[in-house]
Structure formats: C-alpha cells, structure tokens
Design a protein around this ligand. Structure first.
Ligand code: T4K
Length: 364
C-alpha cells in the first residue's frame, strides 16, 4: 500500500534548480541579501501587489520581527486555533495573547467577540488567515481605527489568496507569509512580511540582520533571520509553477467535495464569498473528538496520514500551563476536537483522493 502524507512539497525540475543556482558558484555570494534574494523580493512584491516586503529565513521569525517593528506593549487579541507559532511569537515578544473565539464557518477570528476583549492595554489584533480562509478584514479595520490598534495578520497559509480581486497581503498593517516546504509556495524554509508603509522596511531589514543598517551602523538590537541564496533560488523556480499548482489543488479539492458531500457525519467547509482560494488545506469537521480520532486511526491503518491541524488549541499547550486556560473559546474548542485535515498537494493523484474518500465513505 502506498503511504500518503498530509502534504508533499512541490519541487522544480532538478535541471531548472541547477540552472538557477549555477551562477552562485561563480559569485561565491551565497547569503546576506545577494542577487537571488533581491530578485525574489522584487518578484514577490509584484506578485503580492505590496509596497513593502522583507524576506526571512522562516515564517516564525518573520512574525516575531513584524510584531517587533511596531514597538508594541501590552495585550494582543488573537485566536488559539492556529499553529503554535502564532502564540509563541506574541509571547516571545513580551506581549500577552488575549484569546478570542473563532467563527464556526471559516475558523477565523469572530469579530463580533473582539470588542468585549479590548482594554486600555490592548495594542493590536493578530488575526490568522487559517487554511487560507480570510479574516473579516473590513470589520477588523473598523475596530482598529476606532481603538487605534495595529493589525497584524498571520497569513502563513494564505499566499496567493485574493479578496475582492486584491492580494490578501494588502490588508492590515502587516501580513506574514510562511514559505515552509509544506506550504503552497515554498523556499524550503522561508517567510516574508508584507506591509503598505514602506518606511517600515529599514526596521524590518535591519531586524533580520543584527540591526545593521550601514557598514558602521547598528541601529536596532536585531537578530539573524536572513533568507539565503539557495532558498531564494528555490522560490524563484517555484513561482514559475505556482498557478499550475493551485489549479491542481483546486481539482483535487473539488473531487473531495464531490465524493464526500453526502457523508452526513462530516462537515465540509466551503470557499468564502469574494475569495480566490489557494486550496492550501482540506479540513473536514466531525461532530465529536471520538469520531474524529476513530477516523484518524482508521486512515493511519491504511497508511493515509491525515493531521489534526490544529489540535490541541495553542492556549492549552503544556508550556503555557494554566496561564491562558481561563480564556474561554468554546467554538475553537469544538472545531479543534472535530477537525481532520486530509492530504492535499499538487502531486496527489485523483485515484489517491478516491481511495481516501472510499475509506471514509465505507466507515459511515
Ligand atoms: N503560523 C501558522 C498559522 C503556521 O501554520 C505556521 C507553520 C507558522 C506560523 C510558522 O511558519 P514557519 O516558521 O514554519 O515558516 C508543519 C510546518 O513545519 C509548519 O511550517 C506549518 N505551519 C505547520 C502547520 O505544519 P509539522 O510539524 O506538522 O510538519 P511535519 O514535518 O510533520 O510535515 C507534515 C508532512 O509533510 C509530513 O508528514 C510529510 C510531509 N513533508 C514534510 C517536510 C518538512 C514532506 O514530504 N517533506 C518535507 O520536507 O509542521
């Protein structure tokens, strides 16, 4: 039996990548914002329709740097239904996450519940475009203006997504994207911050390079989070294939929807109105944790490795002990207990999807 994992990174042809990195052997310039880095930055700025873009060695450090750039202090309203990185980034920057519940339909922050959580210590809202579903950006914008809050999006899953015809990177004060191997677009490891205010670039570029802003100038207490030339070269190659990859993802997604639509034991979230999706993940929701876990185990026994993205909630991670457990998010709790993300990646075969769906259908 062929093992099927939740995802499998797309790779360019070997020749294509070799051609892209060939000149690095001539220049010996392999990191610290070389030609590939510059080329990728310029290409992505265009692709994502943004004024400012800073590349990083991974998405997590991009998010930390993005939070740092606004000199925030106090409380950040966010959600616990996400990868642990979102919460860790807030905590590691000395900020306090205040957990807001999520929407039942698309799992993003429930904006109707944000206002009750705002205090005089609130400095920002950090929404997560989870699975590439887009937060209610217009309502968040209104709240941010009313209470003078910064808006930072964890867009790790949302590369290439459009809302009302515009790149999702254009909303909020800053959006972080992950370019990890498991993402729709990847640079092996990698990430980026996008922002409309291009005056932020000095700070962000400095922050990822020890705070160095000139040959003899160190303006910030920065770290090291630079994307190297081999990563950037991978990104340049992968961008050429991205539209095709998203088309393949859509085809597989649509097949799942068709084959599973009448399985009453599970809920299939639909694509949001006004959103051009990147089909990053294939989440399905069960009524109960028991049911979800039985399906997860059955699929595993058939060498189909689905994942419980995202269980448990980040606020319940062992490293946080009881610090956040009093913050109640019942919808997030229920979704986290019921969710399973099925395999979805461009090289997945139609027959693989049929096999996965048959296994599920046979159970119900
Ligand atoms: N915010 C959000 C909302 C995020 O989801 C993430 C990352 C971040 C922030 C932080 O961004 P980065 O710093 O990572 O750029 C994976 C990814 O490592 C992580 O990037 C991602 N989110 C998270 C949702 O998933 P794991 O621990 O589940 O990955 P792993 O190694 O179990 O891989 C999943 C499957 O993919 C494997 O079963 C097999 C396949 N795989 C994986 C790798 C790495 C391959 O076939 N080849 C590979 O090279 O975290």
């Amino acid at each position: 039996m062929k093992a099927i994992y939740v995802t499998r990174p797309s790779l360019p042809d070997f020749e294509t990548y070799m051609n892209e990195i060939k000149d690095l052997w001539d220049s010996h310039y392999i990191t610290n914002m070389g030609s590939k880095h510059k080329a990728l930055e310029a290409t992505l700025k265009d692709y994502l329709e943004v004024e400012g873009l800073t590349l990083y060695t991974n998405g997590h450090l991009a998010l930390e740097s993005g939070l740092e750039a606004f000199d925030l202090e106090g409380e950040v309203i966010t959600t616990p239904f996400t990868f642990i990185s979102t919460t860790h980034a807030i905590v590691r920057k000395g900020l306090k996450p205040v957990f807001c519940d999520i929407r039942e339909d698309n799992f993003t922050i429930d904006v109707t519940k944000i206002e009750d959580l705002i205090t005089d210590k609130t400095c920002a809202i950090a929404g997560v475009h989870v699975y590439g579903n887009i937060c209610d950006i217009e309502a968040i914008d209104r709240l941010a203006k009313k209470y003078s809050l910064k808006v930072i999006y964890d867009g790790a899953h949302a590369f290439g997504v459009k809302y009302k015809g515009q790149s999702v990177a254009r909303f909020g004060d800053l959006t972080m994207f992950s370019f990890h191997a498991t993402k729709v677009f990847h640079t092996i490891e990698g990430g980026g911050c996008c922002y409309g205010d291009s005056s932020l670039s000095g700070r962000l570029d400095g922050d990822k390079n020890f705070g160095i802003t000139g040959l003899e100038d160190v303006s910030y207490v920065g770290g090291n989070a630079k994307m190297n030339e081999f990563q950037a070269a991978m990104g340049l190659c992968n961008l050429q294939r991205l539209d095709e990859d998203i088309k393949k993802r859509k085809m597989l997604h649509d097949l799942y929807m068709e084959k599973l639509k009448d399985v009453s034991a599970l809920r299939l979230p639909s694509i949001q109105d006004h959103v051009e999706s990147n089909y990053a993940y294939m989440p399905i929701i069960f009524e109960s944790k028991d049911q979800r876990d039985i399906v997860y185990d059955k699929l595993r026994s058939e060498e189909i490795y689905s994942r419980k993205y995202f269980y448990p909630l980040t606020k319940d991670a062992a490293c946080y002990g009881d610090t956040f457990s009093h913050m109640e998010t019942p919808v997030a709790e229920r979704i986290s207990n019921g969710v399973l993300t099925l395999p979805l990646y461009p090289e997945l075969e139609l027959e693989d999807v049929e096999r996965i769906c048959e296994t599920l259908r046979a159970m119900f």
